[in-house]
Design a protein around this ligand. Structure first.
Ligand code: PHE
Length: 458
């Protein structure tokens, strides 16, 4: 590990720790992408938004919007071998440094409340293992989601995250991803197969996948789907940029972007194949609300309780998978902030990770004490800031970057992918900015509504 920010342009080889293997990078990036957003929010939006028809649309959107945007981040990271602030300075000049700061602030804020939710997850897993799910999950969630109970698990989760990031890229982040991601996929796959045999599974699948073209035409569905795609792929806050800054220059970014995006989609899709059969098998569909939190931490545990011992085992596995997804996402959030401090201030990794991690944990106390504050932080950072970041990033790579993005994408690219580069550049320049701008207008409205609701409520 060498903290020196010594890179300059494409030529010189900076002294920066690199990923040990291709799979290390891919799994760490998939780990960033697969998280709390996959296990419930995706399948819910799919079910409401047109079922199987939505899935097709979502795949098209990933190809047309998600992958190009991911390539924007990957090229900038790999080319500069720097964390966001330095990378944007190098390829854009001083005027783009604020965007790097926005990324760092976004990572900081998202992690501060993401860790609280992850803390609930760990607690549920521990309860399933040692005492069983609480008989009244609604009341139980009310008790553990705020205050002292939430603070303890939030801090425990932050310690875990800091512990991995401070060790470094290969020995910390890469090793964690190589162990955790296959575990997660195996668990979710196993649960999906198990759910196949539940009575009522058919109805669950029907609710999830019944194609409905009418829903697709709804503007809200399209907008939600776009925002979900960006959040789920960890785009708009420099996570993929930062991970790509540890790549050697001959990696085929196109191939990696495709792999990461479809792996993320695959896990989200599979999770839906678990969640809906479980809920329908127990006739709990009416208790499902649009709230991510309510469904994950109240409806599902309610189903697990009713399933007795089997429910306890399945619930344990489910919350373990969720916890694994959360920790690999949290790692990437902390890494964005940590690597920026290492590069900009020349601090040693260990000190940077511990120092900033403690600060984030501290700010997270606000979310742990007050669930309304958590909602507000999510509306500001998880909704608005990500979309602003994504918008600026597409403009940057499309129009302002002091490098030829087509040439960058071609470096290391296989022949099959090379043919698509002009299309990708076209999408980055002419499709991403206007589409993200529309999403941004709506995100502004939503965030404004969340801010006023918070002020009125408190
Ligand atoms: N992609 C993660 C999820 O689906 C969340 C995340 C967003 C992680 C942005 C890192 C950066 O839960």
């Amino acid at each position: 590990m060498n903290p020196s920010p010594s890179s300059s342009g494409g030529g010189s080889v900076p002294a920066r720790e690199l990923w040990g293997t291709r799979w290390g990078f891919v799994l760490a990036a998939v780990g960033s992408a697969v998280g709390l957003g996959n296990m419930w929010r995706f399948s819910y939006i799919a079910a409401e938004g047109g079922g199987a028809a939505f899935l097709l649309l979502y795949i098209v959107m990933i190809a047309l919007l998600g992958i190009p945007l991911m390539l924007c981040e990957l090229t900038v990271g790999r080319r500069t071998h720097l964390s966001p602030i330095g990378a944007l300075r190098e390829l854009g000049g001083k005027g783009w440094v604020p965007l790097g700061f926005l990324f760092v602030v976004t990572g900081f804020l998202i992690l501060s409340y993401y860790s609280v939710i992850a803390g609930w997850t760990l607690r549920y897993a521990a309860e399933a293992a040692f005492i069983g799910f609480a008989p009244d999950p609604g009341a139980h969630f009310g008790e553990i989601s705020e205050g002292r109970a939430a603070i303890g698990w939030h801090l425990a989760f932050m310690v875990l995250t800091i512990g991995i990031v401070m060790v470094g890229i290969q020995k910390g982040i890469e090793r964690a991803a190589l162990i955790l991601m296959p575990t997660l996929v195996l668990i979710v796959l196993g649960l999906a197969v198990w759910a196949l045999f539940l009575e009522g599974a058919g109805e669950g699948y029907a609710f999830y996948l019944m194609p409905d073209l009418g829903e697709l035409m709804d503007g809200t569905v399209l907008r939600q789907a776009t925002a979900q795609a960006f959040f789920s792929l960890s785009l708009g806050m420099g996570a993929m940029l930062t991970f790509a800054s540890y790549l050697s220059r001959d990696t085929d970014l196109n191939q990696e972007a495709v792999t990461i995006s479809f792996a993320d989609f695959g896990v989200a899709f599979l999770a839906g194949l678990v969640v809906f059969p479980v809920i329908f098998a127990l006739g709990l569909q009416d208790s499902v609300t649009e709230s991510t939190v309510g469904a994950l931490f109240i409806s599902l545990p309610g189903a697990f309780v009713e399933m007795g011992t089997m429910g306890r085992v399945v619930g344990l596995l489910f919350f373990l998978a969720l916890g694994v997804g959360a920790i690999t996402s949290a790692i990437s959030l902390l890494e964005v902030v940590t690597s920026s401090i290492i590069d900009e201030l020349g601090m040693a990794r260990k000190n940077a990770a511990i120092g900033i991690g403690i600060l984030i944990a501290f700010v997270g106390l606000l979310s742990a004490r007050d669930i309304d504050f958590l909602g507000l932080a999510d509306a500001i950072a998880g909704d608005l800031f990500l979309v602003v970041g994504a918008f600026c990033m597409s403009l940057f790579v499309g129009w302002f970057i002091k490098a030829d993005p087509a040439e960058e994408l071609a470096r290391g690219a296989g022949e099959g992918f090379k043919r698509f580069i002009p299309l990708v550049i076209f999408l980055i320049r002419y499709v991403l900015p206007p589409v993200i701008l529309i999403v941004l207008v709506f995100a502004l409205q939503d965030t404004w509504a969340a801010i006023t609701a918070f002020i009125v409520g408190s």
